[in-house]
Design a protein around this ligand. Sequence first.
Ligand code: UT7
Length: 325
Amino acid sequence: MKEVKILGIGSAVPQRVMTNEDLSKIVDTNDEWITTRTGIRERRISEGENTSDLASKAALNALDKAGLKPEDIDLIVLATSTPDALTPATAVFVQEKIGAFNAACFDISAACSGFIYALNTASQFIKTGQSKAALVIGADVLSKITDWTDRSTCVLFGDGAGAAVLVPSEEKGVTSLFNGADGRKAGVLGINCVPVKNPFVTPEKIDDIKIFMDGREVFKFATSIILEAIDKVLKDSGLNIDDIKYIVPHQANYRIIEYAARKLKLPEEKFFMNLQKYGNTSAASIPIALDEMLDKGLIKKGDKLILVAFGAGLTWSAGLVEWQY
Ligand code: UT7
């Protein structure tokens, strides 16, 4: 079994900025409520780019940083809740757009936990020797399934994509990954799809394909699972919290992060946060955060980071990254 490392990270967000002020013209909300309850000040909203468009830009950006060409990639695993189509997988649209024709392609549906689920999945392919270079992508255009009349959800989300290139490695890179799920809580957060409708069945009603969420339930879940998941990564890796340079959490709500910092008796700065600029970009939030951290020079070779995410399912995922460049 080989070790696995990240060779490059890239991201892409739409140009169009939507501020809290802009939102207050569409629904009954205001900047003060959104900022104090969530920490979000603005988000990026697609002006037509679909999930595979943003994902392709992020992927090319990651390949460039890794110094690889699209044809070097033999696997694309893409995590999303907002695919271009029910089938085929959004990963194949990315393959076509970037010209990665040597890659096997599939999508993962694990909502906001999706990027780390995908990282874990692609790592297994690399460890067993089935993949020599994999693209792991988290991409979502949540604006297309947002209910723009529901102030309790539409203020939270944004569009974006992030990608990582994974390769085999001599030294430890990505380790202690794990995924979890509790399907008993599937009704707490999700996006409906088409019901069964055929010559034998006429559904009573057809739900809108829109996001629904019990915010308080998700909040309760997130604040407990984030602590459990960090603890598990530390135990699995045999490390102490002081060995960790940054915790990179899914960017949902600053209050969730503030709570975790308080409970762990850590300074808030140990948790990287950029949700104020992008809102919750679901599967894209962690790779977008990593790309920004690298751009800002916050991560150096040898630094250890904990990635941790939670979302619809309910699902959760976490892991350790020892940075190798
Ligand atoms: O990736 C995972 C995705 N989901 C999450 O991370 C969500 C986790 N949950 C949360 O972040 C929080 O629960 C929310 C930010 C969604 C909501 O915050 P809250 O402090 O739990 O507010 P609440 O739902 O208890 O609502 C408080 C009040 C209500 O009014 P009343 O009933 O007290 O009069 C809401 O109607 O705030 C009202 N409200 C708003 N007011 C202005 C709800 N949304 C808004 C809004 N603007 N956008």
